[in-house]
Each structure stands twice: as structure tokens, then as C-alpha cells.
Design a protein around this ligand. Structure first.
Ligand code: FAD
Length: 440
């Protein structure tokens, strides 16, 4: 019989949310997962599965039973002909990337971090950039789910198709994902080119940049016109890297954290910090070549609060200029750099922020230097209002103040998702306080 541990404290990566589950489980088999759900049913407990715990919200928190799938982390099958890999749900992408490389395969796109679990990443709709590329759940072609009642459902485009369209972005609300099959591509190298520009130039030439580079994104330094453009494109060139410990870590990490901490006493320093760090680190031209997953993932620095909404592609310029104007008109409010702007292709996943819309994600950030909270409420509220007015939808993993009535308006398939959830989990075993705000 599987044993649960008492006294475990869960904390998310940013140390912004925590919970004390009554029992903490690390199952090693499907049978053990089934036993945990049975125990939860007998005792009337809620269950939350956690992946890498990276979500910057309380989406993975629970006070009842917590399951971490890190011992169900194997690659089950690699179909070289179809270029598909079937993996247990708890595998971390950093391990999967290495394993795929051994088979000459890779994921076609990845988010910024790889210490996250396959089922966790799709659970919140993790995305990167590239207008020809969907969010990460679009790479999933099949998955297996254990429902609250212990039933095992195989889902794909041809099997339980409606559940599949919901479960590819599941919010941890439909059951325990046991395994998933990922459509991979032949392993590839990326050439990254970074160069400086201005917000006006980039927004006036968005189509050009998007056509110019397969994985185009840009970083805007608020309170300035400065932009760092990042192109990433397939290449056969040999691996080449020019990273510098001094500029990358001594200045780009430690000096920045120290200055942001000082700025908590002198907020007016923030525009100056944004300008100086652009000049020091981002005003030149940099290039590197490496295998795709080493280029896709990048240093996210220290603990932080983030918001990341997707707006319809056509609203990109208007929404960003409104944010810039709002900051100019509210000079007492400061915004850390960068505002990261990325793009994703529309899809047909019921709760995808890109549902039926090619979209632009705009991620805003406020760091917590040495763990210290920095005021952000006004900035957060203004950003959210601009995103709402632009027809945006929030990233499910990150901060937002939306509730059911907002999601009903935003998502044509919201009611359908709710019906599927109620059918698979009639007693609400997989709910927590985050999900109650979404569904009730
Ligand atoms: C430093 C950093 C960088 C990031 N970069 C990006 C980025 O570039 N792009 C982006 O879109 N997001 C980004 N994120 C957000 C991150 O990708 C998401 O929060 C993602 O969901 C984290 O995966 P995880 O494995 O940690 O999931 P968790 O946070 O552990 O869980 C996420 C959800 O999945 C559920 N879940 C996990 N495993 C299972 C399972 N087996 N069965 C059922 N439910 C399950 C959980 O209950 C929860 O609802 C970043 C976050 C951080 C902290």
C-alpha cells in the first residue's frame, strides 16, 4: 500500500505561494496513483498533482493530498518513424531534452525553463514564441488520464476526442495525467542573434520581424524606447558561444539584484536602472549557436512576480503603446525590465489563451530582490485593464484577477470544458482555491 508523508511543505519556485498538504505522495506506478485516489475518495479529500512547482500562482497548492510525479518520469516509447515520444507525466523537460537528443529528436519549441514536468507544462498552457508555432500543449498528440473514480482514459484526436481537446490544457482539474505522447521533430541547432532597436521601429515593422525569424521575440525596457530584438533560427553552423561570467552573472544578476533592492528605498532609480542595464548588456549585437533546447531555455534571474496575457495579434501595437503611455502618465509607478513580447499560433484547445486566435503574449515582471516585495498593485491593475480591453486572456500559471464570468466571456469553449470537468470529477476532487475562482 502506498504511503503518504506528513509534514511536507510545498513552495512554488518564486516562493510566492505555499501550502501544507496533509499527506504528500510520490507514487512509482499507476497502481499506486489509483490507491491514492481511492484513499482520497474514502476520506473525502481533495487531491492536487504537482509537477516542477514552477507556476507563479497557487494553482498547484492544496491542504489535502499532494501527489508529486517525479518518480514516474520515464520515457516509455520512442517511435522514430513517427518522431513521437511517449513519456510518463512526471518527466522533467531537462531530462526529456537529453533523452530525445540521443534519438536524434527534439521538441519543436520550449518555454524558458526546463526544470518543469511534461504534464505540468501543458497543464497551464506554457508557450514560447514563433508565429508558426503553437503553445506547448499543441505538441501533444495523445495522453492518458486517471479520473477521480480511478478510470483510465486514453485520449487523442481519434479517441475521446472532446476530452483530449480539454485535457491538453487541463489546469490539473480533470484527473491525474499518467503519460503523454509528444510529436517531436528531428534534432536541430539554433542560431540566436540579439540586437538593439526601438519600440517604435519594432512595432512599425512587426510583420517584417515575424517573417524574418522563425522564433522572434523582443524585450522592451519600460520607461525607455529601448528594445532588444531576439531572432532564433535553424542553422547547420557549429556550436558557438560567447557568454561572459562577468557580464552575465556579476553584472546581469548580482549587481542588478543589488540595485533593484536599493531601488525599493528609492523607486525613482528604476528608470535609470532600466536605461543603464540596456546600455551595459543589451545595446550591442550578440550571436551564439547551440542545440535547440539550450537556446530556447534562458536564465530567468531571481524570484519574481509576473503577469502574461495573450492578446489577439492585431492588438499588439495598440496594447503596448497604451502600456507605455500609462507609465508615462503615472510617473510614480515604476516597472522593472523587461516586458517580454512573444507570439504564438492560434489553436483549438478549449482553454488555450490562443484558442482560434494567433496571439501576442506580453509578460510583465516585478522582481523580488533578496526576497523583498516591491509595490506592484497599480502597475498590475493598469496592465490587466489594458489587456482586458484588448480582448486578452491571461496565462493560466501566472497572476490574474479573473473569475468564472471573465472566462465565460473570453473562451467560447469554457462551458464545454466545465461540462467535461464535471463529468470526469463530479465531486470536485481535483479542485483547490485557485480552481474554485475559475469554475464557480
Ligand atoms: C522561471 C520561470 C520561467 C518560466 N517561463 C515560462 C515561459 O517561458 N513560458 C510560459 O508559458 N510559462 C513560463 N513559466 C511558467 C511555467 O511554464 C508554468 O507554470 C508550468 O506550468 C510549470 O510547470 P510545472 O511542471 O512546474 O507545473 P506545476 O506548477 O507544478 O503545475 C502546473 C499545473 O499542472 C498540474 N499538474 C502537474 N502535473 C500533473 C499531472 N501529472 N496530472 C494532473 N495535473 C498535473 C498542477 O496541478 C497544476 O495545476 C515560467 C515559470 C518560471 C518560474
Amino acid at each position: 500500500m502506498v504511503q503518504g508523508m506528513e509534514g511536507y511543505q510545498f513552495q512554488n519556485w518564486a516562493l510566492t505561494y505555499s501550502s501544507n498538504p496533509e499527506l504528500y505522495f510520490q507514487p512509482t506506478s499507476i497502481e499506486e496513483v489509483r490507491q491514492i485516489l481511492e484513499l482520497a475518495r474514502q476520506r473525502g479529500k481533495k487531491v492536487k498533482v504537482v509537477g516542477g512547482g514552477h507556476s507563479p500562482s497557487d494553482i498547484a497548492c492544496t491542504e489535502d493530498f499532494m501527489i508529486r510525479m517525479d518518480k514516474m518520469n520515464k520515457v516509455l516509447e520512442v517511435d522514430k518513424k513517427k518522431r513521437q515520444a511517449t513519456v510518463e507525466a512526471g518527466i522533467f523537460l531537462c531530462d526529456l531534452n537529453e533523452e530525445l537528443a540521443r534519438h536524434g529528436l527534439a521538441m519543436s519549441n520550449l518555454g524558458a525553463v526546463a526544470e518543469v514536468a511534461a504534464a505540468g507544462v501543458i497543464g497551464t498552457g506554457t508557450h514560447n514564441t514563433g508565429i508558426e508555432h503553437g503553445i506547448l500543449p499543441t505538441q501533444v498528440v495523445a495522453l492518458t488520464l486517471m479520473t477521480a473514480g480511478g478510470e483510465i482514459l486514453k485520449c487523442s484526436d481519434s479517441l475521446n476526442e472532446e476530452i483530449f481537446q480539454a485535457a491538453r490544457l487541463h489546469l490539473g482539474s480533470l484527473g491525474v495525467i499518467l503519460d503523454l505522447t509528444i510529436q517531436c521533430v528531428p534534432a536541430f541547432r539554433l542560431h540566436e542573434l540579439q540586437f538593439p532597436s526601438t519600440l517604435t521601429e519594432v512595432l512599425d515593422n512587426l510583420d517584417f520581424h515575424m517573417k524574418k525569424s522563425e522564433y522572434f521575440r523582443f524585450l522592451w525596457f519600460p520607461h525607455t524606447e529601448n528594445v532588444r530584438v531576439i531572432y532564433q533560427d535553424r542553422t547547420d553552423k557549429p556550436v558557438q558561444s560567447t557568454s561572459s561570467w562577468f557580464w552575465g552573472y556579476a553584472v546581469g544578476y548580482h549587481l542588478l539584484e543589488f540595485l533593484l533592492w536599493v531601488s525599493t528605498f528609492l523607486p525613482r532609480m528604476v528608470p535609470w536602472i532600466n536605461q543603464i542595464f540596456f546600455s551595459l548588456l543589451s545595446s550591442g549585437r550578440d550571436e551564439r549557436v547551440d542545440c535547440s533546447h539550450r537556446i530556447f531555455t534562458y536564465e530567468c534571474l531571481f524570484k519574481q512576480h509576473v503577469q502574461d496575457w495573450a492578446v489577439p495579434m492585431g492588438k499588439t501595437k495598440e496594447a503596448l503603446l497604451q502600456l507605455k503611455a500609462w507609465l508615462e502618465n503615472n510617473q510614480a509607478v515604476v516597472a522593472h525590465f523587461p516586458v517580454e513580447v512573444r507570439f504564438a499560433r492560434g489553436d483549438n484547445i478549449l482553454l488555450s489563451p490562443c484558442f482560434q486566435k494567433d496571439s501576442c503574449y506580453m509578460n510583465i515582471i516585478m522582481y523580488r530582490p533578496y526576497g523583498k516585495e516591491v509595490p506592484r498593485d497599480q502597475y498590475w491593475a493598469a496592465y490587466e485593464e489594458i489587456m482586458q480591453n484588448a480582448g486578452g486572456r491571461p496565462h493560466w500559471a501566472k497572476a490574474h484577477s479573473c473569475t468564472r464570468k471573465d472566462f465565460q466571456r473570453m473562451y467560447p469553449g469554457f462551458q464545454k470544458f466545465c461540462s467535461i470537468r464535471e463529468q470526469l470529477d463530479p465531486t470536485g476532487m481535483f479542485l483547490n482555491s485557485y480552481l474554485e475562482k475559475v469554475f464557480f
